[in-house]
Design a protein. Sequence first.
Length: 292
Amino acid sequence: MEVKELLKKVRKIEIKSKKIVNTLFMGEYHSAFKGKGIEFSEVRNYQYGDDIRSIDWNVTSRMNSPFIKVNHEERELTLFLILDLSKSLNFGTRDQLKKHLIAELSAVFAYSASQNSDKVGLIIFADKVYTYIKPGKGRTQVLKIIRAILDFDPTDAHSTSIEDALVFFSHIQKKKAIAILCSDFYSNQYSDALRHVARKHQLIPVWIKDSFEEMIVSGVNSPMLRVRDSESGITKSILPNTQTWKMNGPIHMEKRNGLLENTFKQAKIKPMIVYTGKPYIPVMLKYFKHET
């Protein structure tokens, strides 16, 4: 992607995500991601409306006047965006590609972290980890992350390894962090790594879906299609609207969804399911209201 085009896209996403964060999402982010604990700040005179449970009785008895303890949340957190940008994420319709949805979601999370003075880092993976940006703060860090996402090209990647990404994350992030894992989860053998990360960190899997993709699999109103596997490069014609396909397609999709949901359940985490071309902010708000 040319620099001028890249900067234009970065700016567009920045404006959109900032507006979302400032008007809709800020409160949910702060509530969902708690700080490390409560830190003592000062003792001051009791004022009308203060919580009487905060009264410092030792100081009150010495001063013959009510005083309260003032505490602040010890907040600084680290948020990691762990993004699957393998070739299967190039799927989509005229409305939106999966990878473009991931870019927008990532910008919303990154700006939310920045507005709360939290650190945000980035891991981009496909068949292996390709990009790592060390956690940092501020607008410059957020723009650096957005640029890296938009400019990534998985030309040489022919598969997806969620396991490699999670193992890498565990290696570089020893302290507890928030891990946002965005993927369509077309990958194998990562359940152990998922459970390991979920035990130590606040892991949120964001499951990227596409309605047209599901329609093809189900065989509903699907004409003959010329399709290409973006990872293997194999091209072939399919006719989803046949009796055999209609019988096997939904079974295959239901089985895959069931296995994936069971993987999340075993790791004791709940996925956020987001569709391309559909509003994602209501989904995010609902998810975090249920999680807090």
